[in-house]
Ligand binder design. Structure first.
Ligand code: ZN
Length: 287
């Protein structure tokens, strides 16, 4: 059942008594891998994002120093994928459902005594939902630290291995994801069907762009016929191995940093300075 995750790092293999007895629970890093079940072109299986999340996390946890306590929750296979709605096989949760699932999962983790939760997300279409969930949960439980992290934002080899065009426009089922899948699940990749298709009819000489500072909303079929955005034909297992290795290393550092993280508490200082006499900033704001 643990798939790519080392069994001793797989949270569901623990017993409730293991969890109750765990030391320093407030610094234990609990990681929720988040993927999707959505079209990834004619050559890749619809499980791509979930597979990448689980494989990168497994790689990181197998490299992580054994003294750092960190556990992987079971991957959340379903995500918010409604941009791929028109392609059969895509299964999507609404933003509201995903927000509710994340919130209720997080509240369960909090109730068990944990205080650090990473949302490790491999699907670009749900970043905003992660961020809203993280802020809302932290606002409600102020000693609960939530980290909404996109899997590709840790240091990795993408800049060395992919072309500038691919880095900008190859956002879906292109060289990066196809190479990774050739490394992770090679038997599920149908390279003979791989295509190169970059997003079509993008605005020229315009402030507006697909994913820049001033974006327009799109669904996938607005921009591509095959469902691919990028060049899948140049993918190789060798590139995928190096990407996976570097993402794994980047995530080791991210998990270590979450373990060491201490919550900034400027409001505590302002209460300290007022010496209890004057009203602190926070009381004034809440009164
Ligand atoms: Zn993807």
């Amino acid at each position: 059942m643990h798939g790519f995750i080392p069994p001793d790092r797989f949270f569901p293999y623990l017993t409730w008594t293991d969890i109750q007895a765990m030391p320093d629970k407030e610094n234990v890093v609990i990681i929720q891998p988040l993927g999707s079940i959505e079209q990834h072109g004619p050559h890749l299986p619809i499980i791509v994002d979930s597979a990448i999340a689980a494989a990168v996390l497994g790689k990181a946890l197998s490299k992580l120093h054994p003294t750092i306590p960190a556990y992987a929750l079971p991957p959340l296979y379903y995500g918010k994928s409604n941009e791929h709605w028109h392609f059969p096989g895509t299964i999507t949760l609404s933003a509201q459902t995903l927000l509710a699932v994340l919130t209720e999962m997080a509240e369960s983790i909090y109730r068990a005594g944990f205080r650090k939760l990473v949302l490790m997300n491999a699907h670009g279409g749900q970043l905003q939902v992660m961020e809203i969930a993280a802020r809302d949960i932290h606002q409600k439980y102020e000693d609960f630290l939530i980290f909404p992290l996109f899997i590709w934002r840790v240091p990795n080899m993408a800049k060395e291995l992919l072309t500038p065009k691919e880095l900008e426009y190859g956002i879906h089922a292109g060289d990066g994801e196809t190479s990774l899948l050739l490394s992770i699940l090679p038997e599920q990749v149908k390279m003979e069907r791989a295509v190169a298709e970059y997003p079509q009819e993008l605005p020229q000489d315009s402030l507006l762009s697909m994913e820049g500072k001033l974006p327009f909303a799109w669904v996938t079929r607005d921009l591509t016929q095959s469902g691919v955005m990028g060049d899948a034909t140049v993918a190789t297992k060798e590139k995928g191995d190096r990407l996976l290795e570097s993402l794994g290393e980047g995530w080791v550092k991210a998990i270590e940093d979450v373990y060491k993280f201490r919550q900034p508490q400027a409001w505590m200082k302002s209460e300290g300075r007022s010496g209890g006499g004057e009203k602190s900033v926070i009381t004034r704001l809440t009164n």
